[in-house]
Design a protein. Structure first.
Length: 414
C-alpha cells in the first residue's frame, strides 16, 4: 500500500492558478485568478487543495504535512510546458547561423547541403547512449528553468534504424530527468539524401516498417511531418498520415513556416497542433480558428532565422487558441529559452500577460493532449514553480531573466 505524503507550501504572495480559463480566444489580464497569501497542499504527486494559506494551514498541521515555510515573497504558477522541441540531437550548426547572418536564406542553406541534413549526419554518428545523455542534459536545463513537461521530436535519423535509435534515446533520457518527456516521431522531416527513391517511396517505407515498431515498443503515440517546399507536399503526406491515423497515432504538423499549405493539411487530418504558422494569412487564420487544432507559435525560430513572428494576435482575436513552444533545435532555434522567447513574442504581438502564460501552461498542455497539468487546481499534477518576486507581471516584464528559484515536479522538489 502506497504511503500518503502531504506537503504544504506557503505563504505564497501570489498564486496565479491559470484555472477556469477558455482554451480558445483572447484573454485579458483581468480574467486571471490570483490567490493572495496562498497555500498549496500536495498529496503525493497531485495538488490536494489550493487557497488562502491561513484557511488551509490548520488541516495541513492536523494531517502532519511536511511544511515548506516561505520567508520571502514568491509567485507560484503551474510548471511550464514546452510543446515543441528537437532537443535529441548531436553536433552544432554554428556555420548555418553564420551563413544566415551573411545573407543566405534557410532554404538556400538547406539546398546547398547544410540545414537539417547536417544535423542528421552528426546525430547518426552518435550512439544511443550519447544521444540519451545529451537529451537528458538539455531536459534538465529546461527543468531548472521551470519547464516540467517537454515534447521531444525525432527527425534527425531519417531511416527506420536511426529513427528508432532517437526515439529509444528519448525514452532512455526520461530515466535521467525528473521532467516528463513526450516523444514525437518526425521521421517525415525531410527525405534523406541517401534514400534511393522519391518522397512518397520514403514515406511508405517509414510507415510500413517503423510505425508498427513504434506501437509495439510504446515509443510514441505522436506522428509529425514537415510540410514545406524542401520537405513534403500535401499530396506526398496523404497516405502517410492516413496510415498513422488508422493505427491510432495523434497527428502533428510543421505548418506554414515559409509557405502556406501545411495548416490545411493539419485541418484535414484533425491534427492536435499546427506549429510555426509564420507564413499564415487571413485565410489560414480563419480556418484554424474554426477548428480544434491548436496553433503553436515558435518565436525562437523567428529570432534564429531573423523572420517575422507567428501572427499570434490575429489568431487569438479570430478565436483560435495559442500555445508557445521553444522549437529548441541545433539549426533555427539554438537558444532554447522558452520564457524569454514567449515574453518577446508578447512584446511584438501585443499579447497580454495572461495570453503569454496561458500559451506556455494549459494551452501548451492541450497541444500535447494532456489535461492533468497546466493549472494550479485540485486534482492536477503537482507541477509547481515559484518565482522570487511579489508581482507575477515581473515574469514577462523581465523577459526571461527572472527564473524560478523553486521547482516541484509531481510533488517532489527538484
Amino acid at each position: 500500500m502506497k504511503t500518503i505524503q502531504y506537503t504544504f507550501i506557503g505563504p505564497i504572495r501570489q498564486a496565479i492558478t491559470m484555472a477556469n480559463l477558455p482554451l480558445k480566444g483572447a484573454l485579458r489580464d483581468e480574467d486571471l485568478e490570483i490567490i493572495q497569501e496562498a497555500g498549496i497542499l500536495l498529496k503525493n504527486d497531485k495538488i490536494h487543495q489550493i487557497g488562502s494559506y491561513w484557511d488551509i494551514f490548520p488541516e495541513a498541521q492536523s494531517i502532519g504535512a511536511e511544511m515548506v515555510n516561505l520567508k520571502t515573497d514568491f509567485v507560484a504558477m503551474p510548471g511550464i510546458v514546452d510543446c515543441h522541441t528537437h532537443i535529441c540531437f548531436a553536433g552544432s550548426r554554428a556555420q548555418d547561423y553564420a551563413m544566415r547572418n551573411a545573407g543566405k536564406s534557410y532554404l538556400e542553406i538547406a539546398k546547398s547541403g547544410g540545414g537539417i541534413w547536417e544535423s542528421v549526419t552528426q546525430t547518426r554518428k552518435a550512439s544511443l547512449e550519447k544521444l540519451a545523455q545529451l537529451t537528458a542534459q538539455r531536459a534538465n536545463r529546461h527543468l531548472k528553468d521551470g519547464i516540467t513537461t517537454i515534447e521531444v521530436k525525432s527527425g534527425y535519423g531519417l531511416s527506420v534504424e536511426e529513427e528508432l535509435k532517437m526515439l529509444r534515446a528519448i525514452q532512455l533520457a526520461g530515466e535521467s530527468t525528473e521532467g516528463d518527456l513526450i516523444a514525437t516521431c518526425l521521421a517525415a522531416h525531410i527525405r534523406p539524401r541517401d534514400f534511393e527513391g522519391n518522397q512518397r517511396e520514403y514515406l511508405k517505407k517509414i510507415s510500413d516498417e517503423l510505425f508498427p515498431i513504434l506501437k509495439s515498443e510504446n515509443l510514441t503515440n505522436r506522428v509529425d511531418a514537415f510540410i514545406e517546399d524542401t520537405a513534403f507536399s500535401a499530396e506526398d503526406i496523404q497516405n502517410y498520415f492516413e496510415k498513422a491515423k488508422a493505427l491510432g497515432f495523434d497527428i502533428v504538423v510543421h505548418a506554414d513556416q515559409f509557405h502556406v499549405g501545411g495548416s490545411q493539411v493539419a485541418m484535414d487530418f484533425g491534427a492536435m497542433s499546427a506549429d510555426h504558422l509564420e507564413a499564415s494569412t487571413e485565410k489560414e487564420i480563419a480556418t484554424l480558428a474554426n477548428s480544434d487544432t491548436i496553433p503553436v507559435a515558435l518565436p525562437g525560430a523567428s529570432l534564429g532565422l531573423g523572420v517575422g513572428f507567428t501572427p499570434a494576435r490575429k489568431l487569438l482575436d479570430a478565436g483560435a487558441s495559442l500555445a508557445i513552444g521553444s522549437d529548441w533545435n541545433p539549426g533555427s532555434a539554438p537558444m532554447g529559452d522558452l520564457l524569454m522567447q514567449a515574453s518577446v513574442l508578447g512584446t511584438f504581438q501585443k499579447l497580454s500577460n495572461l495570453e503569454v502564460l496561458a500559451g506556455i501552461t494549459f494551452r501548451a498542455a492541450a497541444a500535447l493532449g494532456l489535461t492533468d497539468r497546466g493549472s494550479l487546481s485540485s486534482g492536477q499534477l503537482a507541477d509547481i514553480i515559484l518565482f522570487p518576486t511579489a508581482d507575477y507581471r515581473e515574469i514577462t516584464y523581465q523577459q526571461g531573466r527572472l527564473k524560478p528559484s523553486m521547482v516541484w515536479k509531481r510533488g517532489e522538489r527538484v
